[in-house]
Design a protein around this ligand. Structure first.
Ligand code: ARG
Length: 229
């Protein structure tokens, strides 16, 4: 039978914030990425289709969107942490990440200390922003609404460097050889899929699917597809 009772509109609606390649980004009109494929496995286990809702990260990470029933799940390369756990519930972890530093090639910035008196780009509402606020003493933080704006600012020299998750930065520098990742900060983050607080039925179903796809090779297949190793 179908688990259609676990979703509220006959579809599995996913809140995410674009672009965040290779986890979620637009390819023409379609939204594609690692998270999209992963949530498709969950949708297919529920015998429904996934529908993606692109919405600012702030409403996702604060739990506001989920608790207002804007979506059934949130999958946005979102780090599991204690503050967020107060306002939404996470699945078991599905991906490891750490904060990292991106600059234009040849710039002498390979630690946060090097950015004293310099402009450092952060993405609004993210763990990278919180990390920079705490650790980039003396840098001028410049806030961007999304990753594309942040990366363009780094590339054009509007800022001196940017902080964000390692996976998305390595993906960017691969196609932008005038930029490089110069540091990783070992923040030890893990991504989770979020549901509305107390939605244990859906959360447990997600955990079951995550376990399944790790053991039957589907996780490895999409990992290879998006990370190429
Ligand atoms: N992992 C970081 C966090 O949870 C950044 C996530 C940003 N994701 C996005 N789709 N814009 O704060």
């Amino acid at each position: 039978g179908s688990d259609i009772s676990l979703v509220h509109s006959g579809k599995l609606t996913t809140c995410t914030h674009l672009p965040y390649a290779p986890f979620q980004s637009k390819e023409g009109k379609k939204v594609v990425g690692f998270d999209v494929d992963l949530v498709d496995f969950i949708a297919s286990a529920l015998k429904v289709k996934q529908e993606i809702v692109d919405t600012p990260f702030e409403g996702i990470q604060s739990g506001e969107d989920l608790n207002a029933n804007k979506c059934d799940v949130a999958a946005a390369g979102m780090t599991i942490n204690e503050v967020r756990e107060k306002n939404l519930d996470f699945s078991t972890p599905y991906f490891e990440a750490t904060q990292a530093l991106v600059t234009k090639k040849g710039k002498p910035y390979s630690s946060l200390a090097d950015l004293k008196g310099k402009k450092l780009a952060v993405q609004q509402g993210t763990t990278g922003e919180a990390y920079a606020q705490k650790n980039a003493k003396g840098a001028e933080l410049v806030q961007f609404e999304d990753l594309a704006l942040l990366l363009t600012a780094v590339k054009t020299g509007q800022v001196d460097a940017g902080v964000n998750d390692n996976g998305v930065l390595y993906d960017y520098v691969k196609d932008n050889p005038d930029t490089e990742v110069t540091a990783e900060f070992n923040t030890g983050e893990q991504y989770g899929i979020a549901v509305r607080t107390g939605n244990d039925a859906l959360r447990k179903k997600i955990n079951k699917v995550l376990k399944q796809v790790r053991s039957d090779g589907r996780y490895d297949r999409i990992y290879k597809k998006w990370f190429g190793t």
